[in-house]
Design a protein around this ligand. Structure first.
Ligand code: ADE
Length: 224
């Protein structure tokens, strides 16, 4: 998989890909992540990528020219399955979407900024608009990191315990069950007996019941 992230703040996005599971997936060659500085595609002397909104109003708008230049240059090299734009008015990210994205070969993520991007970019270049929740971030970079993280960890081989991603919350529309580790008794706070029983089938049943109970309590909407 290849993820090309177009941003005005490439440095902000460096760290998330230099640690833990994402770093390992990159080192193993399962995914290539490129941070592309949108300013490199600006033809302005000051390398600006935004301008005042037609019709007036507060806030700057990301212009079509540098974005079009950048996307054209990328598309000249390879085909892309999705060109994603991060925006609070996009479709809200969920596990189903991440599962789908994890099956793609190449994607672009354009990080939104300022008051947003010229609508013609969204109309003509973007194939998917994603929000990571009903709140407003200062820019799309953290959203791009969240999307990338949720997708990369699903690529087979990214997580050492192959079954681990399948038992995450939201796979099967259920929240994950509670987990415990040693000591089995901490100052009288005990681990449920069943987990110490060694009886795999009973443990699996218990975990499923706990998942269901937790989902009913915390996210009944997922059970509908
Ligand atoms: N940019 C600003 N807020 C955002 C959000 N909630 N999701 C995705 N991109 C954003």
């Amino acid at each position: 998989m290849r993820i090309d992230i177009i941003t005005v703040l490439p440095q902000l996005l460096e760290s998330p890909f230099q640690h833990s599971i994402l770093k390992r997936a990159i080192d193993k060659g399962l995914v290539e992540v490129n941070l592309i500085n949108l300013r490199d595609y600006s033809t302005h002397k000051q390398k600006s990528v935004d301008d005042y909104a037609f019709g007036g109003g507060a806030g700057m708008v990301m212009g079509i020219e540098p974005i079009a230049n950048c996307i054209h240059a990328l598309k000249a090299e390879r085909n892309y399955d999705e060109v994603i734009y991060t925006s609070p008015d996009g479709e809200v990210l969920n596990q189903k979407m991440s599962n789908h994205l994890s099956t793609l070969n190449n994607m672009i993520i354009l990080c939104g900024h300022y008051k947003g991007v010229d609508q013609r970019v969204r109309d003509h270049f973007i194939t998917k608009e994603i929000s990571i929740g009903d709140y407003v971030l200062s820019g799309g970079e953290l959203a791009a990191a969240v999307i990338s993280d949720s997708v990369i960890r699903l690529i087979p081989g990214a997580i050492s315990d192959e079954t681990s991603a399948l038992t995450d919350s939201f796979q099967d529309n259920l929240l994950a069950p509670p987990v415990y580790t040693r000591p089995a008794d901490y100052m009288g706070m005990k681990v449920p007996e069943i987990l110490l029983s060694g009886h795999t089938a009973n443990i699996e049943n218990w975990r499923h019941e706990q998942s269901l109970e937790r989902t009913k309590q915390r996210r009944p909407d997922l059970l509908k």
